[in-house]
Design a protein around this ligand. Sequence first.
Ligand SMILES: [Mn+2]
Length: 329
Amino acid sequence: MPKTAFKLLLLFSFSSLTFFAVLLLHLKARNVPAAVPSTAVRPNTTATPGRSGGALGPCPDVPPNLLGSLYVEFRTNRTLQDVRNLVGPFLQQGGRYRPSSCVAKQKVAVIIPFRNRYEHLTHWLYYLHPVLMRQQLDYGVYVINQDGDGVFNRAKLMNIGFVEALIEYDYDCFVFSDVDLVPIDDRNLYRCSDHPRHLSVAVDKFNFILPYATIFGGVSALSEQQFLKVNGFSNTFWGWGGEDDDMSQRISYRGMFISRPDSVTGRYKMIQHERDSHNDPNPRRVQKLRETYFNIIKDGLSTLSYTVREIRKDLLYTFVTVDVQVPAG
Ligand SMILES: [Mn+2]
């Protein structure tokens, strides 16, 4: 019967179409890079993202999808657009992410003091976004860019990052990271602990050993309470060096200790580079470190002064350009 034949034909075409659609979806799913957690979905932009289907449970203490040691390579031609294509689908504007399947343990602002290191930033974003996603953090990336070519002030930029991030969201943990440091083990959690935490303990440049016991430079994490307790960083370290040791002393003078991961988990690869211009070693840094004790309350968050020039939202980060008010002379 022609009618039955037509029905059969229709059924056949429909099932073939369905088959190809499923096949296509399957192939597309296989194209998701291994570096990105397959369970991640783009968060909603509503007030309670991912929580419309009822209350989510807390994320587990140990994130389940960590890989351990990672392969990290900087001799590539990757571009920001490559990184956007890779991790963009999982992010919200401003480099924001939160896990879709559970409530993150901590709300973490990752703060990067910055000037002119776009190539490093590309590598950093390429490696860190997937790591932070696998660590199931509710996080945002803030690049704090010093405007102009006056003397660089890393510590002041980090204070500014703390303030600007808190204006946007109720962060409870602050990770301060140099733009050229990439962890090579994702078990090194970008979270805060009972004491201020130094994360970059084993950097390849220093043959994977801690250069000295009180070091606090590179990558570190302080909770909001810990940061307030030490009045943030000093604003008065202009040029290279000292500001991290000053923070280390603030921590100890306020009765806290430095917590660290072990030397396997805390391994890092540093991007090799020439010394930046307008960031020569600060000749006053040694003398200033003798004055930390007296300066904690007189120099820090409580005396922070700056002007925001521009806040630009990229998919991969929030880029805050600031005038840090470089002193004349
Ligand atoms: Mn460096």
